[in-house]
Write a protein that binds this ligand. Structure first.
Ligand SMILES: Cc1cc2nc3c(=O)[nH]c(=O)nc-3n(C[C@H](O)[C@H](O)[C@H](O)COP(=O)(O)OP(=O)(O)OC[C@H]3O[C@@H](n4cnc5c(N)ncnc54)[C@H](O)[C@@H]3O)c2cc1C
Length: 383
């Protein structure tokens, strides 16, 4: 039996702790914050009693059958179909851009084939592959839709002009020529009836797992364990030897209203002159509950300073070069595996986080059994 130390009690730390405990190992988990579940933490708002997604809206969606089965072992997942609205130029539209958005925006009544031809005719033609987000946006939807739905929002979200962001960011956004306004395509979409935190607590609930809140783990303490799993920031493990990896952070301004404030869970604000990116009205994430009052978070994006919570990794050319230097340091250290969104400096949805943590745990359990060297990464952060 090995004694494993884990830094971080988010989904990555929890899933790995459970798998290692079930394989017969002893696990000590350290968490800097005073709660588990990392950025997926949820808590009842004192004033309104609404379940709040403390670090921003979290909707569980997946195509992985085994991940869906896994999360259902630990809590009551309620069916939930996420729909997002967007305010742009004084009107409200449905996102992702779909046939309704297109017909409403251009004042037309096109069918799918006509709309596809119409958008294609407006899209700019590129010589070669698109380099920037702006190239990609213009080639994808044409100037009018690009300016209305993507340019201003992206400028606010990333604090950078879209002409300086990579095309890869926009490649992931869907464009639909039908009336499907579901935000996600995955077959399983849900929100836990009691929030994410009780699910993570249930994952940790194993006699061989010990969780210490408000107790950060430092690199120097790694020697007390047979192996360490680090789900905190990879640059923090190395005391930012190669500088701090850049993140965007979010500020939330909390407001309380009576009744239904905006009629939907998330409203994006696409215009550049509106300083916030979106408004989240949390009670719409639990349509099975009823609340007289409503709590709304107005979301602002900015550069992450050392004392802030890191949200979105920037991952531009400079940061990838810096990340490469950190991966080289990590490969030279033995006894530590870097996992999760901060450990590998990637944006990961919850389902991918759970999947990667299960895969990583299987490798570590196998390596412990065969006394093989445990790799520093199960997924290459630069992939
Ligand atoms: C605004 C926003 C919205 C999102 N919405 C969705 C969504 O709708 N659907 C979805 O699937 N995913 C969503 N995600 C992604 C989701 O938040 C991540 O998948 C998930 O948080 C990853 O879990 P993790 O355990 O890897 O990291 P985290 O949740 O960040 O957990 C890491 C934990 O490690 C702790 N820690 C760090 N350093 C140390 C240390 N040295 N010692 C001890 N503890 C330490 C931190 O305090 C933190 O609690 C969203 C992310 C953001 C930023």
């Amino acid at each position: 039996m090995a004694h494993i130390g884990i830094a971080g009690a988010g989904f990555s730390g929890a899933v790995m702790a459970r798998a290692l405990a079930e394989a017969g190992h002893r696990v000590s988990v350290f968490e800097s914050r005073d709660h588990v579940a990392g950025n997926c933490h949820t808590a009842r708002d004192d004033e309104t009693d609404v379940m709040v997604h403390t670090y921003g809206p979290h909707i569980f969606h997946t195509q992985f059958e085994h991940v869906w089965e896994y999360i259902n072992r630990f809590g009551d997942m309620r069916p939930y179909n996420h729909r997002v609205k967007a305010t742009s130029g004084g009107a409200v539209y449905a996102l992702p851009v779909n046939l309704h958005t297109i017909n409403q925006f251009f004042g037309t009544t096109m069918n799918p084939a006509d709309a596809a031809a119409f958008v294609q005719a407006r899209a700019s033609r590129l010589d070669g592959a698109p380099v920037s987000f702006e190239d990609q946006g213009l080639a994808f939807v044409g100037r009018e839709l690009y300016e209305a739905f993507f340019a201003g929002y992206t400028r606010k979200q990333w604090g950078t002009d879209p002409s300086e962001l990579p095309a890869s960011i926009l490649q992931r956004l869907p464009l639909r020529f039908n009336y499907d306004d579901s935000y996600f395509n995955h077959p399983y979409q849900a929100i836990p009836a009691d929030g994410y935190t009780p699910i993570v607590e249930a994952i940790f609930d194993h006699p061989a797992v010990d969780v210490r809140l408000s107790t950060p783990l430092a690199r120097g303490e790694s020697d007390s364990f047979d192996h360490v799993i680090w789900t905190g920031p990879i640059d923090a493990f190395f005391d930012h030897e190669h500088g701090r990896l850049a993140y965007r952070t979010l500020d939330f301004e909390r407001e309380v209203h009576t009744g239904d404030f905006q009629g939907c869970p998330v409203m994006n604000y696409c215009d550049s002159d509106v300083p916030y990116t979106r408004l989240t009205e949390h009670k719409h994430f639990a349509p099975w509950e009823s609340h007289e009052l409503s709590v709304v978070y107005r979301e602002f994006s900015r550069v992450c300073e050392p004392a802030d919570i890191p949200y979105y990794p920037v991952r531009l050319v400079e940061e990838k070069a810096q990340l490469l230097r950190y991966t080289e340091l990590a490969r030279a250290v033995q006894g530590v595996t870097f996992v999760g969104r901060l450990g590998t400096y990637r944006y990961l949805d919850m389902d991918v986080t759970i999947k990667e943590a299960l895969d990583a745990a299987a490798v570590i359990v196998g390596s412990l059994a065969s006394k093989a060297l445990i790799p520093p990464f199960i997924v290459d952060p630069l992939s």
